[in-house]
Design a protein around this ligand. Structure first.
Ligand code: HEC
Length: 263
């Protein structure tokens, strides 16, 4: 299957923004994949494996942790905007009769051979994990409604952890270690006065934490943006309600925020 990859069409647009402008690219890419598979129907790389071989629950979990910070996929609950919205990538093709097995092959290919000039790292998942992720994306892309059964509970709701409470002038609000665009909790409380807010980040995804008066007031302090380690900022707060949120573009919109109550 040396044809694959080298002959595939590549989007030439820069990665930033994602969005609907990519529809034609994906339609073309999918068509290319179909054509290549038709040409080499006997080559093993093109044989379409049934979903029975894949673990969709593991696939969803891996998708959320390895792909969701860059890609929106409604059923997975991810809202990343660095790469294309994957529901939109496949919506048109699926409505025109593209099979979900083909979507699965396209996703597997993409994981192995992303655009070298794009922002998507190569081989984020390998082997069985790659097949599981591709099977999950193929199963849910552009499908309305919600995952059901065991798939529904495969991933913990973002921000649902125990509220963070200030102790001795320190308030710790970790970024979600799962790679979801969220902090572990969306609730925090502190006493009035100086507070050092610490954000440990084990996700490998760039995040920071900023504190804003109310929900749209001035930003009173912000940590550095980091992908690993712990960043902190010290703010002096009066009684009232504040919002803590991530300033990396798209992250607040994706749900990376919470309420800090000072009293
Ligand atoms: C760091 C950000 C980032 C991560 C993480 C990432 N991607 Fe991407 N992805 C992109 C960008 C940017 C593009 C568009 C450029 C390209 O095709 O390589 C893209 C393209 C794609 C496409 C093609 C969509 C289209 O419309 O052409 C698919 C499918 C895809 N990614 C799936 C995945 C899967 C599955 C994962 C997880 C294993 C993943 N991506 C992880 C950034 C990312």
């Amino acid at each position: 299957m040396g044809l694959r990859g080298s002959d595939r069409q590549r989007p030439t647009a820069p990665p930033a923004g994602g969005g609907t402008a990519r529809l034609p690219v994906s339609a073309r890419r999918a068509a290319v994949a179909v054509a290549l598979c038709a040409l080499a129907a006997t080559a093993s790389g093109c044989s379409v494996k049934g979903e029975d071989n894949a673990n969709l629950i593991a696939g969803k979990q891996q998708f959320v942790s390895k792909c969701g910070s860059c890609h929106t996929l409604a059923r997975a609950g991810t809202k990343g905007i660095v790469g294309p919205n994957l529901d939109e990538s496949f919506r048109q093709g699926l409505s025109e009769g593209l099979g979900r097995n083909t979507v699965r092959n396209v996703v597997e290919d993409q994981i192995q051979i992303p655009n070298p000039e794009g922002a998507m790292p190569k081989d984020l998942v390998k082997g069985a994990a790659r097949r599981n992720v591709a099977a999950y994306v193929a199963q849910v892309a552009a499908r309305s409604g919600k995952d059901t059964g065991l798939l529904a509970s495969a991933v913990q709701a973002a921000g649902a952890g125990k509220p963070a409470v200030e102790k001795g002038g320190k308030l710790q609000i970790p970024a979600s270690p799962t790679g979801q665009l969220a902090y572990v909790t969306n609730k925090a409380s502190a006493l009035p006065g100086a507070v050092t807010v610490e954000m440990p980040n084990m996700s490998g995804v760039d995040h920071n934490l900023a504190i804003q008066q109310g929900t749209s007031g001035p930003v009173l302090g912000a940590t550095k943006i980091i992908a690993k380690g712990t960043a902190s900022t010290t703010v002096t707060l009066k009684p009232g309600s504040y919002t803590f949120f991530c300033e990396v573009p798209g992250h607040r919109q994706a749900g990376m925020l919470g309420t800090l109550t000072v009293k």
